[in-house]
Design a protein around this ligand. Structure first.
Ligand code: DAH
Length: 357
């Protein structure tokens, strides 16, 4: 049959075109010229109707056979070309991860030791199941004092050298928060126990000398549950100090003290061995069991729930850990200081990778 011979030649030719196509684009042209509406195989199909009926069936089958095989050849070639294109991209876009980081302007920047200490503490407490809570620097008198069991005439209000705003039209007087303890209140008003939060942030007191700046940083912790006790408090503090100072053991002392919002209350002292000064104690912060009045003020039943809280100076802890001599340098904005004492932007503190390595 002459037709069959033609078809064999045509198939060979088309297959040659297909394997000759060097790009996906060229291959698509071949596909359109072959199987497209006006393609060569499609055109053959259209001649079927003009054939005598006895030839029609055999010829139709042959053309379909060609069509199927050519389609397969097209698919195979397409897969080959796509794989080659991917190989090429992988080869040209390969990143050598062993190369040192290219020093762009980002590398000039430094993480401030206070931010570093906050990040490290957040990492440590996250590992113990605490989440991070926040509150505003400008706080109500109520959250900063009254709900913390510090009534209007209480001497603790004077102790803290508060920055007051002018009273607003409702007679309400806002303050720059004097401690992060206000975030305890905000958390308890918002959230039912069990509660486990830390709250790092800025605090303000009208006080300034070599060891005091009008703005400084604290970290607050609050745990409220049904069976929380001083033992949990002590363990949590010790765990935190060991992790933060990256030592196996710390010696800590809870010294009986007074805060209106805790009962009993204690001052937290740390043996100065951690910074190479054996025999001395460092005052790090305050702590205690949350006062029943404070729980009541926040709508939590003190018969059912109790918990502990502590607050510490972050600047102080950063000075101790990183060996920073003068607190005032923290806020002087001196780039030379920051270059020397700051941390690389690329080293995020993690318990696995080292906090401040
Ligand atoms: N707010 C206190 C201060 O700034 C520190 C403090 C003491 C916080 C005892 C606490 C605490 O949570 O329980 O001096």
């Amino acid at each position: 049959m002459t037709n069959a011979v033609d078809l064999t030649a045509l198939e060979e030719e088309l297959k040659a075109d297909i394997s000759g196509a060097q790009s996906l684009h060229a291959l698509e042209d071949v596909r359109v010229a072959t199987l497209g509406k006006k393609g060569r195989v499609s055109a053959l199909m259209q001649t079927l109707g003009k054939l005598p009926p006895d030839e029609r069936k055999a010829f139709g089958q042959s053309v379909n056979g060609v069509k199927t095989r050519v389609s397969e050849a097209l698919d195979a070639r397409k897969a080959t070309l796509e794989a080659a294109a991917l190989e090429l991209r992988l080869a040209t876009e390969r990143a050598d991860v062993t190369l040192p980081v290219r020093l762009g302007p980002e590398a000039e920047g430094r993480i401030h030791p206070v931010s570093q200490a906050m990040e490290e503490l957040a990492e440590i407490f996250a590992d113990m199941g605490f989440s991070v809570a926040e509150g505003p620097d400008i706080e109500t008198d109520d959250n900063n004092f009254t709900k913390l069991n510090i009534p209007e005439e209480h001497p603790a209000r004077q102790d803290q050298d508060t920055f007051y705003f002018h009273p607003n039209s409702d007679g309400e007087r806002l303050v720059l928060r004097t401690h992060t303890s206000s975030v305890q209140i905000r958390t308890m008003l918002r959230q039912k126990p069990p509660i486990r939060i830390i709250a790092p942030g800025r605090v303000y007191r009208s006080d300034s000398d070599q060891t005091h700046t009008p703005m400084f940083h604290q970290i607050e912790a609050l745990v409220i549950d049904e069976e929380t006790h001083m033992g949990h408090l002590k363990w949590t503090l010790e765990e935190m100090f060991r992790a933060f100072f990256e030592v196996d053991e710390v010696t800590m002392r809870l010294r009986s003290s007074f805060f209106p919002f805790t009962e009993p209350s204690a001052e937290i002292d740390l043996a100065a061995d951690v910074i190479g000064k054996p025999g001395q104690w460092l005052e790090i912060g305050g702590c205690g069991m949350v006062h029943p009045n404070v729980l009541r003020n926040c709508g939590i039943d003190p018969e059912r729930y109790q918990g502990f809280a502590f607050g510490m100076g972050i600047d102080r802890m950063a000075m101790l850990k990183y060996g920073l001599p003068d607190l005032r340098d923290f806020f002087s904005g001196d780039m030379r200081w920051l270059k020397h004492y700051g941390f690389s932007v690329l080293d995020m503190p993690s318990l696995a990778g080292g906090l401040s390595s």
